[in-house]
Write a protein that binds this ligand. Structure first.
Ligand code: THU
Length: 152
């Protein structure tokens, strides 16, 4: 096992809340590393891979895809959400993203919003400071329910 893998697993085990499944999380991180290896990141040289479990047992993944028009870059999470929808939809239940070292990184702000739409407050996220609910990763998030609040 590579040093980074051991470090991540040790980090994970130290942060596991009761009832969390280590094998599930290590498998998900491996899927994210596989996806990261396919990233197209010729401008930033910062490949990212993302993986998530869906409520029907599917695993969906994505990698970042950059563009000469830098602002057009697609984050790894964009590909993951696209794969979720095109393979049948469903709710994301567990999510992790990694950098070129296989180390866990935080989803960027925009991607937290993307993830919230498809996983909601209860989506479990492997963060740089342990496993958390999406309610902690994007507190007081704006979501689909807010659109129903306004009386027309
Ligand atoms: N990136 C992602 O793919 N996801 C994130 O959540 C953070 C940033 C990518 C975008 C860009 O290709 C590279 O990382 C450097 O910002």
């Amino acid at each position: 096992m590579a040093d980074q893998d051991q470090a991540s697993e040790a980090q994970l085990e130290g942060q596991l809340a009761e009832g969390e499944d280590v094998a599930l999380w290590t498998g998900l991180r491996e899927a994210a590393v596989e996806a990261m290896r396919r990233a197209y990141a010729p401008y930033s040289h910062y490949p990212v891979g993302a993986a998530a479990l869906v409520d029907d047992g599917r695993v969906v993944t994505g990698c970042n895809v950059e563009n000469a028009g830098y602002g057009v870059t697609l984050c790894a999470e964009c590909g993951l959400v696209s794969q979720l929808v095109v393979t049948g939809g469903g709710r994301l239940t567990h999510f992790v993203c990694v950098n070129a070292d296989g180390a866990v990184i935080m989803p960027c702000g925009r991607c937290r919003q993307l993830l919230f739409e498809h996983g909601g407050r209860r989506l479990r996220v492997w963060t740089v400071s342990g496993l958390k609910g999406m309610d902690a990763v994007l507190p007081d998030a704006f979501g689909p329910e807010d659109l129903d609040e306004v009386v027309h």
